[in-house]
Design a protein around this ligand. Structure first.
Ligand SMILES: Cc1cc2nc3c(=O)[nH]c(=O)nc-3n(C[C@H](O)[C@H](O)[C@H](O)COP(=O)(O)OP(=O)(O)OC[C@H]3O[C@@H](n4cnc5c(N)ncnc54)[C@H](O)[C@@H]3O)c2cc1C
Length: 527
């Protein structure tokens, strides 16, 4: 009889994964982290603005945090999940503080707070504009000290299941092109969101291709609210590097080429992003104007952005107008789970941006994602159990299927170039399934994705080496992106109204009949 290899396998190594791994390990469980990149390369390191939490030392209140989050969710957030998150935010931030996250401090040596869009008070704790990086590095450091094994360059392929119980995963070892399976009592997906499917038009890294979400979907877990994709108003033109909300929070203006302001800069992200995009569609240019703020202040508040913008454009924030564009930034949809991160598949859990647990609804409030990943990761790690009496099935059907699939990919002589199509897909999604959507734009996108799906066997890899074959990884990610794109478009077509980040030109108002989540099952039936 077989035994489990580990109590817990966590897929991913961003903030959600590491928070979960640390608390599970501290509880005495055997934990393995499997990740396709390295912890220092996740989305979490890119987060700049801050992590929300009411700490009880200012006029801010937990009730206001709940109220702001509910408002931003546009009436489809889950009140219980939101209350749980806001009420426990202090615990999550104190935990990070105790682990050693170097939060910026105010004059009284308390953790400093800044106000992000949609917040009724200064609520986001930050570490200059390196908040995610500092959190991630502290968590990674802690994981190393706890000797948590981290298998890097290993890409999740599928989830092993039997009788509606998840008991392991299959993965591709990118270093050797071996495909292996590994078992555990609990499987945790912490693989991030799907912003990367808008390839070339996103602030996310190129590998946020919904691998974990699609693996869960193939295993039978429902997807929720895939149509809700958040577009950030200010990214650097062409480079799509985020210029965080704090730039506007600190008094930055948005202006056209004739230097006229045209929108209240502090309105919610989706409203500002749409106003900017309208100008760009009208062949006008839009700039962020911070020239009235001193260089010292900018270097103090936004040092990372100041340096990045100078590095890529030679523009200086205190002297020059910065050309900006909206960009795909965050994805609210994901694998449906409850407030304890459980999915409908027993022993399969999902946390972080891959999860849809009700805390964001139709639009995420800035600063709430870092809070969600740390809090839900930590809480899940504390609640997981060691393996008891159930012994995993030693069936190898999925493993053999994956091995055959990779062999077929190696044997295929590609007649179409998926790198070209990846670019086209990103552009098409941004234009047709972006800030403004219509029945016509969505069906055009669906048609194209249908074409990609029926021609998948004509794509393949040119590089046939078995060592660090990134061509193979890119191709597997492309397949996940195409499948994910279909779920986003179908959900967007289904929602014949405008709500939160989802704006339909042909249905510009919110309707009572759509005041609910969109659920999509793995036979693509929507309810
Ligand atoms: C530029 C930028 C700025 C942001 N600023 C803020 C902010 O100020 N405040 C805030 O609250 N939020 C912010 N966000 C959002 C926030 O950073 C993310 O939502 C959050 O960090 C996601 O964390 P995660 O752990 O769920 O996923 P990630 O950090 O994305 O990690 C996912 C992990 O899964 C791994 N993975 C993926 N697929 C596979 C696979 N097939 N096999 C194995 N491993 C896999 C990846 O390699 C990675 O390690 C920002 C996001 C961006 C892009």
């Amino acid at each position: 009889m077989n035994t489990y290899d580990y109590d817990v396998i966590i897929v991913g190594s961003g903030g959600a994964a590491l928070s979960c791994a640390i608390s599970a390990k501290q509880k005495g469980l055997s934990v393995l982290i499997i990740t396709k990149s390295s912890p220092t390369a996740s989305q979490t390191v890119q987060a700049q603005g801050g992590i929300n939490g009411v700490l009880g030392d200012t006029s801010d209140t937990v009730e206001d945090h709940i109220k702001d989050t509910l408002k931003s969710s546009s009436q489809i957030g889950d009140e219980e999940a939101i209350s749980f998150m806001c009420e426990n935010a202090k615990e999550a931030i104190e935990w990070l503080d105790n682990l050693g996250v170097p939060f910026s401090r105010d004059d009284t040596n308390h953790i400093a707070r800044r106000q992000l869009g949609g917040a009724s008070n200064k609520r986001a704790c930050y570490s200059s504009d390196y908040t995610g990086l500092k959190i991630l590095h502290t968590l990674y450091d802690t994981a190393l000290k706890l000797s948590i094994p981290i298998e890097e360059d290993c890409m999740l392929l599928d989830i092993l299941t039997k009788n509606n119980i998840a008991f392991g995963i299959t993965y591709l070892d990118i270093k050797t092109t071996q495909i292996e399976q590994i078992t555990a009592n609990s499987i945790v997906l912490a693989t991030g969101g799907y912003g990367g499917i808008y390839h070339g038009f996103t602030t996310n890294s190129k590998d946020t291709t919904a691998d974990g979400i699609m693996a869960g979907f193939r295993a039978g877990v429902e997807l929720e609210n895939m149509e809700f994709v958040q577009f950030h108003p200010t990214a650097l033109v062409d480079r799509f590097i985020l210029i965080s909300e704090s730039a506007r929070g600190e008094g930055g203006y948005l202006v056209t080429q004739d230097e006229k302001r045209f929108v209240d800069e502090l309105q919610p992200r989706d409203v500002v992003a749409r106003e900017i995009y309208k100008k760009l569609l009208n062949n006008e240019k839009v700039y962020l104007d911070l020239r009235h703020i001193s260089k010292d202040k900018l270097l103090h508040l936004l040092p990372q952005e100041y340096k990045l913008i100078f590095k890529f454009t030679s523009l200086e924030m205190d002297k020059d107008l910065i050309p900006i564009t909206p960009a795909t930034h965050y994805t609210m949809g994901g694998l449906k789970c409850d407030i304890t991160s459980k999915t409908s598949l027993n022993n399969l859990y999902v946390i972080g941006e891959a999860a849809s647990n009700g805390v964001h609804g139709a639009n995420r409030l800035g600063g709430n994602s870092l809070l969600e990943i740390v809090l839900f990761g930590k809480k899940l790690g504390e609640s997981l159990e060691s393996a008891k009496d159930y012994f995993p099935n030693d069936e190898k059907t999925i493993l053999e299927k994956n091995r055959k699939d990779i062999e077929d990919i190696f044997n295929t002589v590609p007649t179409l170039d998926f790198y070209e199509e990846r670019k086209k897909l990103g552009k098409l999604l941004f234009e047709k399934v972006g800030l403004f959507r219509t029945y016509v734009s969505l069906t055009t996108a669906l048609e194209y994705v249908g074409y990609l799906i029926t021609h998948l066997h004509h794509f393949g890899i040119e590089d046939k080496s078995k060592i660090y074959n990134t061509n193979l990884q890119d191709f597997l990610e492309f397949r996940n992106s195409v499948l994910c794109a279909k779920t986003v478009i179908l959900s967007a077509l289904y929602r014949c109204e405008s709500r939160g980040a989802h704006y339909r030109d042909d249905f510009p108002t919110a309707l009572e009949s759509y005041k609910k989540s969109t659920i999509i099952k793995n036979d693509f039936i929507i309810k």
